[in-house]
Design a protein around this ligand. Structure first.
Ligand SMILES: C[S@@+](CC[C@H](N)C(=O)[O-])C[C@H]1O[C@@H](n2cnc3c(N)ncnc32)[C@H](O)[C@@H]1O
Length: 263
């Protein structure tokens, strides 16, 4: 039996920086965000910076931890996301800016955080140095990010599955951001460096296609001839069967690292 190739070109482009995408991720996988914010050890009255804040949901959540005597700032290079954040909340300061050149004085913040930003960066060392610069001596820097090579999907063709996952990893500016954070923090001479891992499990094919970007990666892999249309079609047909049978399984891990500025 021949299987029709999926109409991959018709899938909506996967853009992890779109506001509707960010809101869906927060709604679907919010628990990991709460854990990473707890790990910041925020206290009443502190000044907090969320770098690459997107639509600002995490910054607003952190404002609840520092209370009215504290202050949270969110910064993102995408003006449209910042406009949306500003429209949704006026207790947090939101501004447009780049992590590589943060428009703040040295040592301004008690805690500086970034969630899923480092995977997009080609110069993560310089970005972390800039986050450290704007953090007060003794303050915390917390970064959480996915490691795209930990994207797992249960499928019978292990070689093809590995090929697709490797391709997805290589689509990122920094697919190994998750595993590299701990070393980056040590290289930045931070003190008290601690890390934990966090995984999400997805048992719904549509969520995997859309929120984990599988549709996009598969289409791109076909376009780049890393995978043939026939391979993609057969692989998707199996995933759909597994989904219909209630046994589709995917997951991905991220890592969260905290360090303290020494001097
Ligand atoms: C996957 S989104 C995560 C957004 C938000 N932290 C969250 O968890 O919902 C990555 C964000 O990083 C921002 N970003 C990427 N590179 C940046 C840079 N160099 N400076 C500032 N923001 C950046 C993007 O605009 C985007 O909003």
């Amino acid at each position: 039996m021949t299987t029709e190739p999926p109409n991959l070109a018709a899938e909506r482009p996967y853009d992890t920086n779109r506001s509707d995408y960010l809101d869906r991720v927060a709604a679907t996988f919010g628990d990991y965000k709460r854990r990473s914010i707890e790990f910041c050890k925020l206290a009443t009255g502190e000044r907090i910076l969320d770098v690459g804040c997107g639509t600002g949901q995490d910054a607003v959540m952190m404002a609840g931890y520092v209370g009215p005597s504290g202050r949270v700032t969110g910064i993102d290079r995408e003006a449209s996301l910042i406009a949306e954040a500003q429209a949704a909340d006026d207790t947090v300061d939101f501004l447009v800016g780049d992590v590589m050149t943060l428009p703040f004085d040295d040592g301004l913040y008690d805690c500086t955080r970034a969630d899923r930003v480092f995977q997009h960066l080609t110069a993560p060392v310089a970005a972390l140095a800039e986050m450290v610069r704007v953090t007060a001596v003794g303050g915390r820097i917390v970064v959480i990010d996915v490691d795209w090579d930990t994207f797992v999907i249960d499928a019978s063709n292990t070689e093809l599955t590995r090929r697709i996952i490797r391709f997805a990893n290589d689509c990122q500016a920094c697919g190994w951001a998750g595993r590299q954070l701990y070393g980056l923090f040590h290289d930045a001479s931070l003190a008290e460096v601690e890390a934990y891992g966090d995984s999400i499990v997805v048992t719904d094919l549509q969520v995997t296609l859309q929120l984990l970007g599988l549709s996009y990666f598969l289409a791109e892999a076909c376009r780049a001839s890393a995978v043939t249309e026939e391979e993609a079609a057969a692989w998707m047909a199996e995933l759909e069967q597994r989904d219909t049978a209630g046994r589709f399984f995917a997951g991905i891990s991220g890592y969260c690292v905290r360090g303290q500025r020494k001097d």
